[in-house]
Design a protein around this ligand. Structure first.
Ligand SMILES: [Zn+2]
Ligand SMILES: [Zn+2]
Ligand SMILES: [Zn+2]
Length: 111
């Protein structure tokens, strides 16, 4: 298994845990998960209750929003920036800004 496969499966695992994570229904307090469309108790639409806050203007956006509805802040940019630090050479520890097939410092091949 190459490092890319490992990263992919790690990301997949994270995504699944987020979707199946239990939240309290803000309306009635019943246990709900983000993959449910509606609360089984009170029928409130779950995605409309949980919103993500724009770090720039504090506007509350729908969970699946890619950019802030109010100021156009790019939510994906944050995710991309977080991903950047994930690439690190297992041999010399050099941090890469993007995935490379070969470490530019020690020359070890990945994948
Ligand atoms: Zn409810
Ligand atoms: Zn905003
Ligand atoms: Zn290296």
């Amino acid at each position: 298994m190459g490092i890319l496969d490992m990263l992919k499966s790690a990301m997949k695992g994270k995504k699944k845990t987020l979707a199946s994570k239990e939240f309290k229904c803000p309306n009635c307090g019943a246990k709900v998960t983000l993959d449910m469309k509606r609360c089984p108790e009170c029928g409130v639409r779950i995605k409309s209750m949980f919103r993500k806050k724009c770090p720039k203007c504090k506007h509350l956006n729908p969970l699946d929003a890619k950019i802030c509805e109010e100021c156009g802040y790019d939510f994906e940019a944050e995710i991309r920036a977080a991903k950047k630090t994930q690439y690190r050479c297992p041999r010399c520890g050099y941090k890469m800004n993007a995935y490379m097939s070969r470490c530019p410092v020690c020359g070890v091949r990945f994948g």
